[in-house]
Design a protein around this ligand. Structure first.
Ligand SMILES: C[S@@+](CC[C@H](N)C(=O)[O-])C[C@H]1O[C@@H](n2cnc3c(N)ncnc32)[C@H](O)[C@@H]1O
Length: 470
């Protein structure tokens, strides 16, 4: 019968948990892989971590609903780890911060937050979500912006002469991918006007706030097939009217800002620079001193799953973060589009076995998996460097299958981290709460499907692996 982690440890008295500090160069020689697989195989689902009773409203409170982001985790999960493993003023870090869930929760609970992400879109969203703006000041500026835009666009639509003296130059990037995703000229123009007017805002925080709202409406304004996790055009789609969607969304964001402003402790708000570091950077190089971080809470990218660069290309194109997707993909871990990389071995036998098995079916994918596990290992080394002794790394990760070969990310991460000088603190198996549980994904469109021929398995469970630096 499967057991919860604490019960398993009691029953087996596992040496992996009671491990003492050892030399980091010397890999563990016992039946490590067998033991790890046994732990995972015998692990029962921990319903306490499923947060099944939470509504969408609960998980998108304050600034959490500002922007969609693939595979973001729920704030309550991050918050529980933060409150359990840290005290006020300690440093919490997320090396794959995505849209900043961990950072928001850290600040709101009075901890210092450090996060990086290679994706500039993630940086923009995080920055905005973690920066409370004095509500009246923000509301006045947004009111002015929406008023100007309405007047300007309505006047143009009705072909009247502008009665006011509002001057807005449309900012439409000169890039053929823009026409590819936004084939309607009137939509391109309206988006260009919104961006042109946002660019006139002088206050950086307010400007970024508006850019975040702008970024969020781009998919709906384009012919992007909404439910797809791969960039696919829907030629039948009627894109929505940009200005009215922008207005609706920014008004929702104003409420979120007000809530953040109210719940963030005063001393954090007043000294935000001392409490927050959020950078566009590689997780391999964290902006933290050695032994300074008390807790890491993160969910890393998956291998060949979400292509974050592809998914955020509309924002990247409009905001000038990249000229094309190839350039934008640079540095993303887990991408199938990686250039060849040099590395000197993965400290996981399980990883080697999976790569060997997969190479019989697809060389390209097996190489992507090798790169992925190696790069993740480098990130774990960096996490080890920045963590304090006894500091915890809580990593949310699920397993998957590629070409019907199981890719046991969680087990591989545990083995690698044990070999880098961590010990297991706790492992939680949690159901991914979803009303309709996706079972498979079509590898062509990336859409969830019930088609059993699809060759990529979507996971029903994920793990929170909690490792401790020893
Ligand atoms: C699963 S998402 C994180 C979501 C996050 N927990 C949240 O709630 O929004 C993984 C993130 O890893 C980022 N990433 C990929 N390669 C990276 C790298 N080399 N360094 C830092 N971040 C990277 C992706 O851009 C993506 O935002």
């Amino acid at each position: 019968m499967p057991l919860l982690f604490e019960e398993l440890v009691k029953k087996n008295n596992s040496p992996l948990v009671n491990m003492k500090k050892r030399s980091m160069i010397e890999p563990i020689k016992t039946n490590l892989q067998v033991e790890i697989l046994q732990i995972f195989n015998n692990l029962a689902e921990d319903t306490v971590w499923a947060f099944e009773d939470l509504s969408r409203k609960d998980t998108s409170y304050a600034t959490h609903g500002y922007h969609r982001y693939p595979a973001k985790f729920i704030p309550q999960l991050a918050r529980r780890c933060i409150e359990k493993y840290t005290t006020i003023d300690e440093i919490v870090c997320d090396p794959f911060m995505g849209c900043g869930t961990t950072l928001v929760e850290s600040l709101v609970s009075g901890r210092k937050a450090v996060g990086v992400d290679i994706n500039p879109v993630a940086w923009l969203i995080t920055k905005v979500k973690t920066t409370p703006i004095e509500p009246t000041k923000l509301e006045n500026e947004v009111k002015q912006l929406l008023g100007d835009l309405t007047l300007f666009i309505e006047t143009k639509k009705n072909e009247q002469k502008t009665s006011s003296n509002i001057e807005i130059e449309p900012v439409i990037p000169d890039n053929k991918r823009i026409n590819y995703w936004f084939p309607h000229e009137n939509i391109r123009y309206e988006l260009g006007i919104i961006l042109g007017r946002i660019n006139q805002i002088r206050d950086d925080d307010i400007k970024n706030f508006c850019l975040c709202a702008f970024s969020q409406i781009l998919k709906n304004s384009s012919i992007w097939l909404m439910k797809s996790v791969k960039p696919t055009r829907d030629l039948k789609k009627q894109p929505i009217d940009p200005l009215s969607t922008f207005k609706r969304h920014i008004k929702r964001m104003l409420k979120g800002n007000k809530e953040l402003f109210e719940i963030m402790p005063d001393h954090v708000k007043k000294n935000l620079k001392d409490f927050l570091i959020a950078e566009k950077q590689d997780a391999i190089n964290l902006p933290c001193e050695d032994n300074s971080v008390s807790l890491i809470v993160t969910s890393p990218p998956y291998v060949t799953s979400y292509e974050y660069a592809d998914l955020h290309q509309l924002t990247a194109l409009w905001l000038g973060y990249a000229k094309d997707v190839t350039e934008f993909r640079e540095g993303f871990i887990g991408s199938i589009h990686k250039k060849e990389s040099v590395h000197d071995g993965i400290k996981s036998e399980l990883a080697e076995q999976e790569i060997k098995e997969l190479s019989k079916k697809s060389k390209r994918e097996s190489e992507a998996v090798r790169d992925y596990f190696f790069e993740m290992q480098q990130c774990f080394e960096e996490m080890y460097r920045v963590l304090k002794l006894k500091g915890k790394a809580c990593i949310v990760i699920g397993n998957t299958e590629l070409k019907k070969v199981p890719i046991l990310n969680a087990e591989v991460f545990v083995e690698t981290m044990l070999n880098l000088g961590f010990k297991i603190h706790k492992i939680v198996k949690r159901r991914i709460p979803s009303k309709i549980l996706p079972q498979t994904r079509d590898s062509k469109t990336g859409r969830f499907t019930s088609n059993h021929k699809a060759d990529r398995l979507a996971y029903a469970y994920e793990y929170i692996i909690m490792m401790e630096k020893i």
